[in-house]
Design a protein. Sequence first.
Length: 201
Amino acid sequence: MRGLWTVWRTTGGSSCSEERKAVRHQIAAFMRTIVEETRRYADGRLHENKMQMLVQISTSAGSLVVIIGIFFLVHLRVIRPIARLTRVVRCLAKQDLNIDAPLRDVPDEIGEMADAVEVFKVNKIEADRLTEEQRKTQEVQAERAHRIEQLCHDFDTASAETVKAVAAAATQMQSSSEAMNATAEATTRQSAAVASASEQA
């Protein structure tokens, strides 16, 4: 614009057609320059925007791939093993002790959890065994107590019958003894009478 103003000043505002043409050419050239610069600037910005968009899309796609990969890794290494261990624990809770804990050979926390489940299973089997032994012992003790009670009852019954028999025998013996005493007294009286009669004769 300064160059155009200088040209305009040097012409002195004359209406010469050549000078006007020169000014028009300069203005047209200047406008073309502005248009070209604006176009190049717009093309550059468009290219930069496209590159930034591509970078953002690539970054988002890469992040999405990483997230999906992490999800599948967590599903395979954590969620699915824990689900398998959960099924085993549920089976153990239902007294299904024939199932084995999986993933015990895995060298991480999942393997430690599997070992803990196996220890739980072994302890459950041992606890059930001790409970069964205790139940059998209680049954044996109850049966023994019942036998002892029955023996005591039988002994009491037999003792009572024996006492009754002895009492009856004692009563009978007392009666027999009294009868024998009476017989002895009668015999003594008869002997005395016989002796007295013999002396009188």
